[in-house]
Design a protein around this ligand. Structure first.
Ligand SMILES: C[S@@+](CC[C@H](N)C(=O)[O-])C[C@H]1O[C@@H](n2cnc3c(N)ncnc32)[C@H](O)[C@@H]1O
Length: 270
């Protein structure tokens, strides 16, 4: 069964396309059992954040906790650093994809990975980590109470001098910029997708909708996700309120004209 976790109304051209498909459209969340393979397929795009995160993780000793690990886009390179890695993820479908990936990985790597199905806003693993990573701007999936719980849980799991490494996206819209942007691209699998992102300046969230680029006969999977827009300033302020000090803030190369990914490195305040 397809579980729609958070089904937003689809605005713009994406909404028009969805309406045209009528009951041929199978709507899914990007992280459920239908959407997870699509997410996994798309997750190969963009490696800059991975390189930056690995550089920061190398600088701190000890095991690593990869929060919202998904199908392991960050988990696998973290394991390749030679560290013990715990991959924490809420979606069973994503964890299945990660397990399949680990099953084909070298034993020496697989043996250093533990997977946990848990909520990043409230977890208790009974151990400490040198680095806790929350990449791919996944903090935007949590509401304010969820983020408070995240910061508390992270604090409770950071070793002395440990680092919390997380990314978010600053959004910017020029006066003439359209609310909706559209990209078409070919994923690593060779499948082609059409992705729409809808955001109006000041809106709490952007809505991303993914269609196959070529619409065939029969049912068509349409994946959506609603992503909160959390500025780096807001996340920094929340971190400070929750007892962290932000040590560094790096702006990553743009992934689109209106997205500016920012990587924050934080530690528990003395
Ligand atoms: C943008 S994906 C990032 C996955 C992976 N880190 C990557 O880089 O590809 C966000 C992930 O967060 C997971 N997720 C959503 N809410 C969560 C929660 N409360 N706790 C843990 N994981 C969650 C989703 O299932 C999804 O796999």
């Amino acid at each position: 069964m397809t579980t729609v976790l958070n089904e937003p109304a689809i605005p713009g051209q994406a909404g028009v396309l969805l309406a045209e498909l009528g009951d041929r459209a199978v709507r899914c969340d990007l992280y459920d059992e239908v959407g997870a393979p699509v997410y996994h397929d798309l997750a190969g795009q963009g490696t800059h954040e991975v390189r930056e995160l690995l550089t920061l993780v190398r600088a701190v000793p000890g095991p690593v906790l990869d929060l919202a690990a998904g199908s392991g886009r960050l988990t696998m390179p973290l394991l390749a650093l030679g560290r013990d890695v715990t991959a924490l993820e809420l979606s069973g479908s994503m964890l299945k994809l990660l397990a399949a990936r680990l099953a084909t990985a070298p034993e020496a790597l697989r043996d250093r990975c533990a997977t946990v199905r848990a909520d990043m806003s409230d977890f208790a693993l009974g151990r400490e980590f040198g680095a806790i990573v929350l990449g791919t701007t996944s903090i935007s999936l949590l509401d304010a109470p969820g983020r408070k719980g995240l910061y508390e849980s992270v604090r409770a799991h950071l070793a002395p001098q440990g680092r919390f490494l997380l990314s978010t996206v600053d959004m910017e819209l020029g006066a003439a910029a359209p609310a909706e942007t559209e990209f078409e691209f070919t994923a690593d699998s060779g499948r082609r997708y059409r992705m729409f992102e809808h955001w109006t300046a000041g809106a709490e969230a952007r809505i991303v909708t993914v269609f196959p680029a070529v619409i065939g006969e029969g049912q068509v999977e349409v994946c959506t996700t609603s992503i909160r827009v959390l500025s780096a300033d807001l996340v920094e302020e929340e971190l400070r309120h929750s007892g962290f000090v932000v040590c560094t803030r790096r702006v990553l190369p743009d992934v689109g004209a209106r997205h500016h990914s920012v990587l924050l490195e934080a530690e528990v305040a003395a």
